[in-house]
Design a protein around this ligand. Structure first.
Ligand code: UT7
Length: 325
């Protein structure tokens, strides 16, 4: 009998400070940076985002999301034997945010490591956890996407600083005879490093290079709409399913126009797409588990339904996971 991994519970957390587009525009105006609610909504679909307080790190957001996912799964942290955190905004250069989270959860002993695939990080992490559970290397995994992207933003660059937010989402995956994750498909093409990056790095006690986010938005947009369709189709083919089997598309929440385009290509009506970009902005690796948990708690996503999770982002990386919830 095939051994699957299935989602036993989901959780998420947003830091309390919420800025609407109007709030952010007013703050940016004090720096001489001009933007508007109208431009942001029309070009991105974003209406608000949350920013973490300066003393709050990704592991703090991850802890709250993880506690909620564990509670939903009816499990204690001590029952988890694998923790994977997808983040591009780790608390420290090392050790991993997963180790810091593990200590905060109080479950010494579980394997713990981070996955760095920027906005595709959650689908990468989920795929690794699924493979480890299928192989018998793990029984119960906590898979988290957690980000404080506000730390990387250049608040004098209106083309990027209005797009991102902070938050965390988590799932508990456990071994099961019932599906579960049915298929996944991951890719990267490193020749596109320059179109979305934070080029700074630590060396000799200093930060060398620019530690703020740089993005060629149009180049990212064009690549994203192509690869998201390809990844969804490849994943469906591996699972022996078709477009018609998707109950919910839960894409990376970067821009409503990218999500609409993907849905059109997959012949899915927009009411089958989970949308949280309007309230969260782009939370990078946290966006998919945040959207998933929001949809589960809102009663949209129900047990037995088929979900297509899709990520795309810096690297360039992209991928999809198709699962029965
Ligand atoms: O998570 C990783 C994935 N990232 C993404 O998926 C991002 C993908 N890219 C995008 O979402 C879009 O390309 C953006 C939202 C970043 C930009 O939208 P766009 O429709 O491609 O706008 P644009 O870059 O072509 O800019 C159009 C105009 C420009 O003015 P001019 O040159 O036409 O006079 C910009 O300067 O809009 C201007 N603009 C703004 N105006 C007001 C750019 N940012 C802003 C702003 N407020 N915040």
């Amino acid at each position: 009998m095939r051994r699957y991994s299935r989602i036993a519970g989901t959780g998420s957390y947003l830091p309390p400070r919420r800025l609407t587009n109007a709030d952010l525009a007013a703050e940016l105006a004090t720096k001489g940076v001009e933007t508007s609610d109208e431009w942001i909504v029309e070009r991105t679909g974003i209406r608000a985002r949350h920013f973490a307080a300066p003393d709050v790190g990704s592991s703090d957001l991850a802890l709250k999301a993880s506690q909620r996912a564990l509670e939903a799964a009816g499990l204690e942290a001590s029952q988890i034997d694998l923790i994977i955190v997808a983040t591009s905004t780790p608390d420290m250069v090392f050790p991993s945010t997963a180790c810091i989270l593990q200590h905060k959860l109080g479950n010494a002993g579980a394997a713990a490591f981070d996955v760095q695939a920027v906005c595709s990080g959650f689908v990468y992490a989920l795929t690794v956890a699924d493979a480890m559970i299928q192989s018998g290397a793990a029984q119960r995994a906590l898979v988290v996407g957690a980000e404080v992207f506000s730390r990387l933003l250049d608040f004098t660059d209106r083309t990027t600083c209005v797009l991102f937010g902070d938050g965390a989402g988590a799932v508990v995956l456990e071994a099961s005879d019932e599906p579960g994750i049915l298929a996944s498909d991951l890719h990267a093409d490193g020749k596109h490093v320059g179109i979305l990056c934070v080029p700074g790095h630590v060396s000799g006690g200093q930060v060398l290079g620019d530690p703020l986010l740089k993005m060629d938005g149009q180049a990212v947009f064009k690549l994203a709409v192509g690869v998201l369709e390809d990844a969804a189709r490849a994943t469906l083919a591996k699972a022996g399913k078709t477009d018609a089997d998707i109950d919910w598309l839960i894409p990376h929440q970067a821009n409503i126009r990218i999500m609409q385009s993907t849905a059109r290509k997959l012949k899915l009506p927009l009411d089958k797409v989970v949308v949280t970009v309007d309230q969260h902005g782009n939370t990078s690796a946290a966006s998919i588990p945040l959207a998933l948990d929001s949809a589960v708690r809102a009663g949209q996503v129900k047990r037995g339904q088929h979900l297509m999770l899709e990520g795309v982002g810096g690297g360039f990386t992209w991928g999809a996971v198709f699962l029965r919830y």
